[in-house]
Design a protein around this ligand. Structure first.
Ligand SMILES: CC(C)=CCC/C(C)=C/CC/C(C)=C/C=C/C(C)=C/C=C/C=C(C)/C=C/C=C(C)/C=C/C=C(C)/C=C/CC(C)(C)O
Ligand SMILES: C[S@@+](CC[C@H](N)C(=O)[O-])C[C@H]1O[C@@H](n2cnc3c(N)ncnc32)[C@H](O)[C@@H]1O
Length: 418
């Protein structure tokens, strides 16, 4: 398969703006701009801020805005408190029962007064709870984290992300140099190459394969493969309950990693044949894991790069789980076209990933994944309607979103090859 550098489809307008005809949009924007400029001038005034913080009708909003701004300033500090708790294994230690600060300090080899700084910080962030007898126990957030070991792995690998974000403006200007996340996700460089057209020609193929995707060694893919497998537990069940996998005969999980999603599907749909396509070093790890899980007889793992190799045929269902957002629009569209061509008429594609513009979780897509993927060097979080537009451009129809239980973590779009 030749890597496509097809132009990206035009971005659809935001759902909320669809009813607007242009003159109305211009009129509304003019009034909105005037209103915002008046309002912002008030809010920026220290005298107004002090007044609003005391006036009974505005007091609540003023205090909550002050807190919101403070939380934005302090977000990194809060995240590092969480990081320290995870590194010290505090949540697992306290899962066995409450403990006093001194006992914890001895166990974790910290000076008692510093242990107390961390414990009080964790209490303030609702990770821990201070008991009346002075000991500390897990609070809701600490307990929730205990049930999601994948999140703890994510938190630990954020050390790379934060190093890349140390100078966010340099990163935004593209002058940050090689990032740590680009090293952690080595396939991103090949995808970025596919985006600028450097993948696909015969001469460059060999050179690119030697330095990127298809030639990646097991040591290069093991860290991200392990992280993805561990964090699959956060999303697999939500995807499985949102779509009836049993109605299909054969599934191809494209970019299926180490087979964690296939393993989850296997128990839900016992009659389904399982296929996985990923870079050779990853597919080899998947084959081992699926064998260990007793699924060797049901699963076939194929190694290759979807930027350059044909996808295996024969499946009537394909899945892209946390894959599409890794790729810029050109390679993403080429990938969707390749899947379209590999499916039979009537075949189904499921795209499952966190999406931008998810109501109630806007910063997850646009702030977290927006900057994360920028640091990684390829891809972007897309809104559901942007994914629909790509799917349409790739030739799919009957595109519909299936509701998932926790859209913040994963949303699901189904499409059909006509
Ligand atoms: C029991 C009684 C009486 C009352 C209970 C009251 C009650 C209902 C409390 C609620 C308790 C509860 C059920 C809490 C549940 C909390 C959960 C499930 C929290 C889950 C949190 C998940 C998090 C924080 C996930 C984080 C995920 C991250 C950071 C993912 C990052 C992904 C990356 C970097 C992916 C990279 C892949 C790439 C490169 C983009 O392709
Ligand atoms: C973010 S991971 C998601 C893995 C898995 N689907 C999951 O959700 O746990 C992206 C996957 O796409 C694979 N991938 C990236 N570029 C690829 C390429 N050119 N050809 C095949 N697989 C690729 C990676 O090796 C990785 O396993």
């Amino acid at each position: 398969m030749e890597a496509g550098v097809a132009p990206a489809p035009p971005l659809p307008p935001g759902r909320g703006a669809r009813w607007l005809v242009p003159w109305r949009a211009r009129w509304l924007t003019r009034w909105l701009t005037r209103w915002l400029s008046w309002r912002n001038a008030r809010i920026a005034s220290p005298a107004f801020q002090r007044w609003a913080a005391g006036f009974p009708l505005t007091r609540r909003v003023a205090r909550s805005e002050t807190r919101a701004l403070f939380d934005l300033c302090a977000g990194f500090v809060y995240a590092q408190v969480l990081f320290a708790c995870v590194q010290l294994d505090l949540f697992r230690i306290l899962a066995a029962g409450p403990q006093g600060g001194d006992a914890l300090a001895r166990r974790l080899a910290l000076p008692p007064e510093r242990m107390l700084v961390l414990l009080r910080a964790a209490v303030s962030l609702k990770l821990l709870r201070a008991l009346p007898d002075g000991r500390f126990a897990l609070a809701d957030l600490g307990a929730a984290l205990l049930g999601n070991p994948g999140v703890a792995r994510m938190i630990e690998h954020h050390a790379l992300l934060y190093a890349d974000l140390a100078d966010p403006v340099a990163l935004l200007r593209g002058r940050g140099g090689t990032t740590q996340l680009a090293g952690y996700w080595p396939y991103a460089a090949e995808s970025a190459g596919a985006a600028d057209g450097s993948a696909g020609t015969a001469a460059e193929s060999a050179e690119s394969a030697a330095s990127h995707g298809t030639a990646l060694r097991p040591e290069a893919v093991a860290p991200y493969g392990g992280l993805m497998a561990a964090s699959q537990a956060l999303i697999a069940e939500d995807v499985l309950e949102a779509y009836p996998f049993r109605r299909h005969r054969a599934l191809l999980d494209v970019g299926g990693g180490e087979g964690a999603f296939l393993t989850a599907v296997a128990s839900r749909a016992p009659g389904l044949r399982l296929g996985l396509f990923d870079l050779p070093a990853v597919a080899a790890r998947a084959a081992l894991r699926l064998e260990e899980a007793g699924l060797g007889h049901r699963a076939a793992c194929h190694g290759g790069s979807f930027h350059r190799d044909p996808l295996p045929r024969g499946a009537d269902l394909a899945t892209l789980v946390r894959v599409l957002h890794d790729h810029d629009d050109g390679p993403a569209l080429a990938l969707l076209r390749a899947i379209h061509d590999a499916l039979p008429p009537g075949g189904t594609l499921l795209v499952a990933e966190p999406m931008a513009g998810t109501p109630g979780a806007e910063p997850v897509g646009d702030a977290y994944f927006g900057l994360y993927l920028l640091a990684m060097g390829s891809g972007r979080p897309r809104r559901a309607d942007e994914i629909r537009a790509l799917l349409t451009a790739a030739g799919f129809d009957r595109i519909a979103e299936r509701r998932t239980r926790r859209p913040l973590l994963v949303r699901l779009i189904r499409a059909r090859r006509p």
